[in-house]
Design a binder for this molecule. Structure first.
Ligand SMILES: C[S@@+](CC[C@H](N)C(=O)[O-])C[C@H]1O[C@@H](n2cnc3c(N)ncnc32)[C@H](O)[C@@H]1O
Length: 277
């Protein structure tokens, strides 16, 4: 079911959505495990146990998640600044962290409009932090599942003008869509709804970087976490961009995408930005 949280403009992000009764504290969930790896404070014992098991298999997970957040900020800045994008559909938002999409986008383009989407109740409970928009812009939040893009697109149209370019952001979320759920079909459905000039921003854990350790990390995560993960090879991730024009430097390791610092860190994450012609 898709639940919309009203849009906020003019800085009035004062709606409370703190229904924690749906939060399953006994099992690990990716939004909270990710928050644990990032050094946040919204996690429970089960999340920490799963997070630690993955760290044991692949210690680079910590640098990888940090690299993903830094990448998100660089991509949003590029989109707002160099590509002139003022509309963002950020699916698989995660628990608010530093440099959320609206903060980066509106620091460049104050009237930017952002629709956030996540299906975890802990993220819904934090939606208020995502609804504090700049006065000129607007943000909204949808409690919805990426595996069913139709309702997402329907409700996002309340805030976004689909006759104008939109950046569809799928950062660190497609590995939570299994092959049986047709991940390429989902991306194609989303990109078919946005006009030429729109973008797809995507990052994805790599099955073919530090392959043995990543395979072990995937196995442990799938044993201990409610949401199953599928890490993918570069050629598999590239297929999500079928029909789009890749922005330089193409599909690369996350730290190599428009780097602002030199990083030799261990990061098993593919990242790319494609534009619809
Ligand atoms: C690893 S976090 C990534 C957060 C953020 N995009 C980032 O890059 O920092 C993945 C997020 O996707 C959400 N998610 C997982 N499966 C989803 C689905 N089927 N529909 C919507 N959100 C989903 C999780 O709840 C979690 O908040």
């Amino acid at each position: 079911m898709t639940e919309a949280v009203p849009a906020s403009a003019g800085g009035h992000g004062d709606t409370t959505h703190g229904d924690l009764s749906r939060v399953d504290t006994g099992n690990a969930h990716i939004a909270r495990v990710y928050d644990y790896w990032l050094g946040g404070k919204d996690h429970f014992a089960a999340d920490r146990a799963a997070g630690d098991a993955v760290i044991q298999a692949y210690p680079g997970v910590i640098t990888t998640v940090r690299a993903n957040r830094a990448l998100l900020a660089r991509m949003v800045r590029y989109l707002a600044d160099e590509a002139g994008i003022a509309q963002f559909l950020d699916i698989g938002t995660g628990i608010p962290s530093a440099n959320n999409t609206h903060e980066v986008a509106q620091s460049v383009t104050p009237n930017a409009r952002i629709v956030y989407v996540d299906n975890d109740p802990i993220v819904l409970a934090h939606a208020r932090a995502l609804l504090v928009s700049s006065p000129a812009g607007a943000t909204s939040y949808l409690d919805a599942d990426l595996r069913d893009p139709g309702p997402i697109l329907d409700q996002a149209a309340d805030l976004l003008d689909f006759s104008q370019p939109v950046a569809v952001m799928l950062m660190g979320v497609m590995h939570l869509i299994s092959d049986e759920d047709d991940p390429s079909g989902i991306v194609a459905r989303l990109m078919s709804a946005v006009p030429p000039g729109s973008y797809l921003a995507l990052s994805h854990p790599a099955a073919d970087i530090d392959a043995d350790a990543m395979a072990d990390a995937q196995r442990r995560q799938n044993q201990m976490q409610a949401e199953q993960v599928t890490f993918r090879r570069r050629d598999e991730v590239a297929r999500f961009f079928d029909g789009l024009k890749m922005i330089e430097p193409g599909l690369v390791r996350a730290p190599e995408w428009h780097p602002d610092t030199q990083s030799e860190a261990q990061v098993a994450l593919w990242a790319g930005l494609g534009q619809k012609a």
